[in-house]
Design a protein around this ligand. Sequence first.
Ligand code: SAM
Ligand code: SF4
Length: 497
Amino acid sequence: MTKKLYIETVGCQMNVLDSELVVGSLRRRGYEVVPDAGDADVILFNTCSVRQHAEDKIYSALGSLRAHKKRYPRKILGVLGCMAQKDQEIVRRRAPHVDIVCGTGQLSSLPELIAQVERTGQPQYALGLARNEASRREVEQSFESYDPLRDPSVRPSPFQAYVRIMIGCDKFCTYCIVPSVRGPEQSRHPERIAAEVTQLASEGCKEIILLGQTVNSYKFGFGDGRRFRLADLLARIHNTAGIERIKFVTNFPRDMSDDLLDAVRALPKVCPYLHVPAQSGCNAVLKRMKRLYTVEYYRDMLARCRERVPGVAISSDFIVGFCGESEESFGRTCELVETAGFKNSFIFKYSARPGTKGTELYQDDVAEEVKKRRNNDLLAIQNRVSLTDHLRWVGRTVEVLVEGPSKVALKQKDPPGGPVQLTGRSPTDHIVVFDGNSRLIGQTVQVAVEEATSFTLFGTVQTREHIGVDQPRHDDEGPLLSIATKEGIKRISLPIL
Ligand code: SAM
Ligand code: SF4
């Protein structure tokens, strides 16, 4: 009999990929995914520990399932991933009705853990070793993920796929829990990665996104002394038939080597887009964060990226309100964002993570309201910078891999066969929205950009299939800030702060 599985995923692309692999392995054992936890035999939460808020969300979801589990004791409830790895005891205490606690490195054992619960009725736990608990090799082995057997039907889009090229992290930024919950940095064998890319291409995948916490630190040592870096890996997979685009995230500023940048320029399928988080614009804060670079180094790195990869788009992450961040330090971060020309930035309020060096060494001394205000202020600056960046695209034609209906279209009921508002991304990772036929989904099309907001480019598709309609434009990703055309800014509405 088919069993029903419900899975909820919180957090980064790594978690999205882990969930895809879990679903793939359970489907092969006869499970069917259902959209409602109440209908499922197995309910799984794949969790995130990077910020407190993500953990609170999971505890609240687990709490709301307590009565359900009491009523249907044979249903199995599992907590997977980073929070499971970090807080096994706390999960057991706060949610004693949970049957499975399974860390990031143990996901391949999940089918067996489910079978054990069914057989014994006893809770099951599977976790990687703590980093100080055994030798590096032993800890590494306890985190080794299984070779993925992919399930295309669970991917957010069948034309795009994440491919993990490394796991773990050895950087130990003082605010960050990732090195504890994802274990030591380990790079996968290039031939395994290449085989996975070939398989994905054979399933119709056109864009692959290589994943690593510090993806540009990728290094694989062959037994004969040869070493493979990310530049070599890009060259190795570049000619995979069917793959049109290759992206990679997330980059560490110190590891942005010239040979990698040269590979990005030389290999046409590798997109001119780099996500390189700066985290702060103040040297004293960067030092307390143990980011291993200064703002001057970061700016030089940006200049090198732009010189070696003309037209490259760069995005960043920032943490506001880290321990000891004064108004002056925050001002330096604002200055960096004002002048660095990022396509976009993800901005986070510092969330103290027990178990990190940050909580041991420093006081979380910036008040919540101050963090909130700095977050809003920095976002407002970035939005202005993004708009300037986006305006440069108005009047140009960009190549777009069409992902599907836009958020606006998903909410609307379209007449069958009529034009829909579609969305996709350009090689520089810009979101592009245009009207077209849904047959275009999964294809690469040329779009003439006519308007722009801080979040989205709007245009007209340059192919026969397009059925032109004069519809009002909608902002796809956020509050409408302003709209610009070739003739200049046409209408501006004030941002909602
Ligand atoms: N490995 C990536 C890197 O080095 O940039 C990022 C990994 S982390 C999951 C994604 C982002 O979360 C980081 O770039 C950082 O901005 C943010 N982050 C990490 N720890 C945080 C914390 N304790 N509080 C707030 N934001 C945090
Ligand atoms: Fe966390 Fe720093 Fe590693 Fe990124 S590089 S995962 S921020 S420790």
